[in-house]
Unconditional design. Structure first.
Length: 114
């Protein structure tokens, strides 16, 4: 199983970034996918999750700003991040569980600063 994340970078507060994660080695269409993040000195936390049927769940801190979506044909999950805040600065990780095991992609760094 491989999760390949991309799209991080430096952006100013109020602007947008989009993260992408391509998955291989799983039956993507039946798997829930998620994004987590870990800020410096803090624990890793769930940002957003999308079930196989498209049902989504968000952390309170990103509701109405972030949108998670999936493209089963491309085996890709996206995280559209709008109205970025400095507190969104973190390493963002793509995550899934498959056959009882948890899989994490390499983190992609998002820095929000003026």
């Amino acid at each position: 199983v491989q999760l390949q994340a991309s799209g991080g970078g430096l952006e100013q507060p109020g602007r947008s970034l989009r993260l992408s994660c391509h998955a291989s080695g799983i039956v993507f269409s039946i798997n829930a996918m998620a994004w987590h993040r870990q800020a410096p000195g803090k624990q890793r936390e769930l940002v957003a999750e999308i079930a196989s049927n498209g049902t989504t769940r968000y952390a309170d801190s990103v509701k109405d700003r972030f949108t998670i979506s999936r493209n089963n044909a491309r085996r890709t999950v996206l995280l559209q991040m709008n109205s970025l805040k400095p507190e969104d600065t973190a390493l963002y990780y793509c995550y899934t569980a498959w056959r009882g095991n948890a899989y994490w992609g390499k983190g992609t760094l998002v820095t929000v600063s003026s």
